[in-house]
Design a protein around this ligand. Sequence first.
Ligand SMILES: O=P(O)(O)OC[C@H]1O[C@](O)(COP(=O)(O)O)[C@@H](O)[C@@H]1O
Ligand SMILES: [Mg+2]
Ligand SMILES: [Mg+2]
Length: 333
Amino acid sequence: MNVSHITLRQFLLNEAKLHGLDLDLVLLLEDLATTCRIVSHQVRRGALFQNLGAMSSTNIQGETQKKLDVIANDAFINHCTNCSRVAALISEEVDEVIWIKENPRKGDYLIYFDPLDGSSNLDVNLSVGSIFSIIELKEDIDQTNETQVLRKGSEQICAGYSLYGPSISFVFTFGQGVNGFTHQTGTGEFRLTYPDLRIPEDTSEFAINASRYKLWDDPVRLYFEDLIAGKDGPRGRPFNMRWIASMVAEIHRILVRGGVFLYPVDSNNRELGGRLRLLYEVSPMAFIIEQAGGKASTGTERILDIEPKTLHQRSPVILGSKTEVEMAESYFK
Ligand SMILES: O=P(O)(O)OC[C@H]1O[C@](O)(COP(=O)(O)O)[C@@H](O)[C@@H]1O
Ligand SMILES: [Mg+2]
Ligand SMILES: [Mg+2]
């Protein structure tokens, strides 16, 4: 390993000095890294993990919860509550807001997370991950009700994810660029392997679940048709396609080598508002992508400007390399 691969702890202490980060936030980020290490350990056990398959419970969105979804959720709850400034937790796996404090105060944190993303990949031993986001309250809260945590993505002070792939990645932003770490087996440390990630502005690679072609609205269908027309089409060059069915894995690839990821509203998911959830999937990824120089849009609106109306609200999403997202947006005009 290169000696310049500093540890997460060293990096966080430097960042705290440089940008005046609160120690509580730094420690919380370390706790989130620990959580991801624990979740990845359980994921790594794979088929050895007893009863890995579906269990009978379902979450509020009618999806079958896998045992590991529940274990990952518990790990997030246990570790996030180490920090005395955490006021509430919002999880994909829990219907209601989990209030930690009765009277949250200015400066307290709201944490949003998808404890296990891409969980349909578990049974076939493919990549999954976790996503998190932190918002700091700018005011005291009188009543602990759901509306208090419905915050725009632009309020995030930190967002990140961990990818449980061939190696474990831990990538995050405090709003001053994006840095990526790789877990070092043996020492258990995360080491800085992707300093200051920048997404290439242009790309010839896209990710979309093309099996939904017939369900898409015209703008998405036309954009897709122009991409696959390749050299003979209006884009004048071939485009490559990838679909891992794990948003974390798709976003990591895009951060490292560019690309565009789309999960649009279609005739099958229109009533729900799309496929992916705004507060703990789409918003954190949009923050990370923008911080790496990319763009994140619904097709007609900046993701980080969406005013959420419900906890498990969904959103269409197009994000990644800036010029390609803008190209996709042009089909909506
Ligand atoms: O089933 P599809 O259409 O391939 O959708 C895959 C998408 O669903 C998700 O798996 C949803 O996340 P969860 O696994 O957390 O429910 C995304 O990670 C992924 O991009
Ligand atoms: Mg998810
Ligand atoms: Mg999930």
